[in-house]
Design a protein around this ligand. Structure first.
Ligand SMILES: [Zn+2]
Ligand SMILES: [Zn+2]
Length: 375
């Protein structure tokens, strides 16, 4: 445990990241608008900014994060190469550095010293401050990503990281500029503004997604679910879910939750670019949600009878859920073909209707118990 005196002694500044973040930010807020007013941008320049932003965002989210850091699915080498190139363009360090740090973030989430971007150190630190000084003593210790060091794409990107970063960040906007006939406009929008937007949207996941939002699955860490943030982070705003079920390829687990990366990974599996998609069972997800409701209600209710009833309803709801999901799983997997045939039979349909209505009734009782109204 470090003392507060140790913590006050700040480690040395990392010049390259300070220059990168400050100069690009300055250019984005001064040069970009100045050029827009004095020369103007074409619609094509704006479209390309969005396209490149999307390529960078998906490479970091689907590639760096869900594929490499969490192994939530497998990807064909061509897709991995695509992610390695566009991910390097986002300038968030190599896959090896990024994933190693991120796995430590999950392992030691909120720990002041061991979580590299601990939210307990404030918004600024978790957003960007952690990269401005050499706070992280574990940089370069790749013992937690030995599995990734078997991937030639990962190794190649790590070795040639700087040349790839330069080639992508100058080459791509230059090419777009040559196509449109306005290199300066392209360098400013697809180059500078795109990089700054891409940086801060990702950084919000470490800062805002640990501060602002709800905690439906766990309150043991600061991670939050925030549907609004998901809009700016390619679906990564469901961060409370993610910290509990990090091996799941989805972050927004409900079908309607905005998580374009889960749709991308799922769609890519249909053309065999991705495979082995990992999903946590619906029962486990629902149970985590109910456990949290149980915990919160238990803290609020003081009447003993209400508490006893809450406990009873909790057990009964779990039982009803277990039966429901077991039935559904059996049905989905179509374990026995006759099961589908049985559907026509009255037995099967009656069982379905009964389970469905008893779960609905139990959910109603649960809601009343949560409010202490069933005592
Ligand atoms: Zn986190
Ligand atoms: Zn993660």
């Amino acid at each position: 445990m470090k003392t507060s005196v140790d913590r006050k002694a700040k480690p040395p500044i990392i010049l390259v990241t300070n220059l990168l973040f400050s100069l690009t930010f300055l250019a984005a807020v001064v040069l970009v608008p100045w050029y827009g007013v004095s020369h103007g941008y074409e619609v094509f320049d704006w479209i390309m900014l969005v396209v490149i932003l999307m390529f960078n965002g998906t490479a970091i989210t689907a590639g760096y994060h869900r594929l490499w850091a969490h192994k939530a699915y497998k990807a064909h080498w061509s897709l991995r190469l695509w992610f390695a190139l566009w991910g390097a363009m986002a300038i968030q360090n190599s896959i090896m550095h990024w994933t190693s740090g991120h796995r430590r973030h999950h392992q030691h989430v909120d720990d002041y010293d061991l979580d590299p971007y601990s939210a307990k150190r404030g918004f600024w630190f978790s957003h960007i401050g952690w990269m401005l000084r050499s706070y992280d003593k574990e940089v370069g210790n790749f013992s937690n990503i030995k599995d990734l060091q078997k991937d030639p794409v990962v190794i190649w990107q790590h070795h040639y990281y700087i040349p790839i970063v330069l080639a992508m960040n100058f080459g791509v906007p230059l090419l777009i500029g040559l196509l449109s006939g306005n290199v300066m406009a392209s360098l400013l929008l697809a180059g500078v503004l795109r990089l700054v937007l891409s940086h801060h949207c990702t950084f919000f996941i470490n800062s805002l997604a640990h501060i602002w939002g709800k905690r439906p699955f766990t309150d043991k860490n600061t991670a939050r679910d925030n549907g609004l943030l998901a809009l700016f982070t390619w679906g990564e705003g469901y961060h409370n879910f993610h910290h509990v079920f990090s091996s799941d390829y989805r972050n927004g687990v409900r079908w309607w939750q905005f998580d374009p990366i889960k749709w991308l990974i799922f769609s890519a599996s249909k053309i065999r670019l991705t495979s082995g998609l990992r999903r946590v069972s619906d029962f486990r997800i629902e149970k985590a949600r109910i456990d949290m409701q149980f915990k919160r209600a238990g803290q609020k209710l003081s009447c003993e009878q209400a508490l006893a009833n809450l406990e009873k309803q909790y057990q009964e709801l779990l039982e009803a859920l277990k039966e429901w999901y077991a039935f559904r799983q059996q049905w989905l997997e179509g374990k026995a073909e006759e099961l589908r045939n049985q559907w026509e039979s009255l037995d099967m349909r009656t069982q379905y209707e009964e389970l469905k209505s008893s779960l609905k009734e139990q959910k109603g009782r649960w809601q009343l118990a949560l409010m202490g109204q069933l005592a």
